[in-house]
Design a protein around this ligand. Structure first.
Ligand SMILES: Cc1cc2nc3c(=O)[nH]c(=O)nc-3n(C[C@H](O)[C@H](O)[C@H](O)COP(=O)(O)OP(=O)(O)OC[C@H]3O[C@@H](n4cnc5c(N)ncnc54)[C@H](O)[C@@H]3O)c2cc1C
Length: 470
């Protein structure tokens, strides 16, 4: 089976030996070894198992959202035996994880992104990862034992409920879900959608953002995060949403109504009014995880692309596709763009490790925008090379495109990051203007000092004996 891994004519260069030079000094020996194990596990176990997973889900909607494909438990047992478990919890902030840095896990996440089953098999799947970080970072002891422990153990799953259908949710201050104190309880009313993971029969806990103090003058103190068990009376899953027709079962994306949903007051996380702070803390590292998985998806698309242009059976106009220059140019561009995007993500991960998600806001925003674009471009090129097969169920590319497209929207759409980046960049404008003016002025002073005219290029060309065309 291990010949499956071969990634060049000369044999196999393991993942640890392909770590970009810029990242190598930050990767421990243990992480490098684990990275090779992750690569082997994904290529030899998870990608082949993906075929079983999609068939074990079943056909009808009812089957698809009540099934738990047994292959997942097989993979989880193997991953645990190999020590490939909870690699996402960064070592400088949490004692509960496998003890890797964001950079080290980022390198591993690339491989997880190549398979449908790999993230869940290693207990590194969203939204559980972000929810576990919330519980580990902000939860009290009781909340940790009740919810974090079974999540860390892969016994249950979770969902994160922020987005609402009736408001523009990319601005979280718009959220309307009401959370009202009533004696020893809180009562929730409102609706949520795009609640990813809510379809999984093992999803037991919802991490919910709502408003406890909608009239607070500080609009960032109105929100709170509260834990709601999925089977609390008053909760209705109205429907599951699809992405370009894909239902993403059994995980799914729920549209959920809350009507007088009552939970104990002890389910409040960190305290009333701390919701904004919690969701900000939750999203930073998660964006890096998504980005590195997307790099893995782009690599996988390029592999499929290369396989197609070398397929001896299919020669349009008498030639292998790799003899058509336009295809080779697309291969080269894909290689350049993936490698550049990977460096940007690893740089953001290093920045998070050196400070925290807040300290790496610019770098995270850069990759949040850049990586989905690169991923979609590469997948699109691969789809094109396959012709009709590329958009069908006979390659994974169409499904990958659908998933990749959502990355321009989830965890904040492109525009939010672009606006934030542009505003910060623009702050440097006045300083640049002053420096450029000062340089011009000094240049003119130097010209006068050396007795040369302050006139421009026309004059300089004459001085060097060239005829000006002007
Ligand atoms: C597959 C998938 C999974 C998801 N999973 C979850 C989940 O688990 N939990 C959860 O709570 N949510 C989830 N979401 C929701 C997602 O986070 C939101 O869709 C996203 O934050 C955008 O919010 P919105 O849909 O309300 O769009 P809106 O806020 O209405 O924005 C619509 C559009 O307006 C534009 N826009 C927004 N802000 C600006 C700006 N500042 N400048 C210019 N234009 C702007 C953008 O083009 C944006 O796409 C998921 C979404 C998808 C597609």
């Amino acid at each position: 089976m291990s010949d499956l891994l071969v990634n060049s004519e000369k044999g196999h260069l393991p993942a640890s030996q392909r770590i970009p030079a810029i990242a190598k000094p930050f990767v421990s020996e243990r992480a490098a070894k684990t990275l090779d194990l992750v690569e082997k596990f994904v290529e030899e176990e998870c990608i082949p198992a993906d075929a079983v997973f999609v068939r074990q889900i079943g056909e009808t909607t009812e089957q698809r959202f009540s099934s738990h494909p047994p292959i997942i438990e097989d993979l989880k047992a193997k991953a645990k035996r190999l020590g490939l478990w909870n690699m996402f919890l960064p070592k400088n902030h949490f004692k509960e994880g496998a003890g890797f840095s964001n950079l080290e896990y980022g390198l591993m996440a690339e491989y997880l992104g190549k398979s449908r089953t790999a993230s869940e098999a290693t207990n590194c799947a969203a939204p559980d990862t972000g929810n576990m970080e919330v519980l580990a970072k902000y939860g009290n002891e009781q909340q940790k034992r009740r919810w974090l422990d079974p999540l860390l153990d892969g016994k249950i799953r979770s969902a994160f409920l922020m987005t609402e259908p009736q408001v523009a949710s990319s601005d979280a201050t718009n959220i309307e879900m009401r959370i009202e104190r009533d004696g020893d309880s809180y009562v929730l009313n409102g609706q949520k959608w795009w609640s990813s993971g809510a379809g999984d029969p093992r999803c037991e806990i919802y991490v919910v953002l709502g408003k406890t103090d909608p009239n607070n003058a500080d609009k960032y103190k109105q929100q709170s995060v509260i834990l709601v068990p999925h089977d609390t009376p008053g909760i209705t899953i109205n429907r599951m949403l699809s992405v370009f027709g894909y239902d993403d079962a059994p995980h799914g994306h729920g549209h959920i109504t809350f009507k007088n949903v009552r939970v104990p007051a002890t389910n409040m996380v960190l305290g009333e009014g701390r919701g904004f702070e919690i969701i900000q803390g939750r999203l930073g590292p998660g964006r890096i995880h998504h980005a590195m998985r997307s790099i893995g998806a782009a690599e996988k698309a390029l592999e499929w692309f290369l396989a197609r242009i070398n397929d001896e059976r299919k020669k349009p106009f008498g030639q292998l596709l790799n003899k058509h220059g336009i295809m080779l140019e697309r291969v080269a561009r894909s290689r350049i763009e993936i490698d550049a995007a990977r460096l940007a993500v690893l740089n953001a991960a290093i920045k998070i490790d050196e400070s925290n998600a807040k300290g790496a806001l610019k770098e995270i925003a850069e990759v949040k925008v850049l990586v989905p674009e690169v991923n979609l471009t590469v997948i699109d090129r691969a789809i094109q090379a396959y012709g009709g097969a590329g958009v069908s169920q006979d390659t994974p590319l169409a499904n990958m495109y659908a998933l990749g497209r959502t990355m321009r929207i989830v965890d904040g759409p492109d525009e939010v990051h672009l606006v934030q980046l542009a505003k910060n960049e623009n702050k440097r404008g006045p300083a640049h203007k002053r420096r450029l003016d000062a340089q011009k002025k000094k240049g003119e002073e130097l010209c006068r000092k050396f007795g040369v005219s302050t006139n421009d290029v026309l004059h300089l060309n004459r001085q060097s004996g060239k005829k000006s065309k002007l």
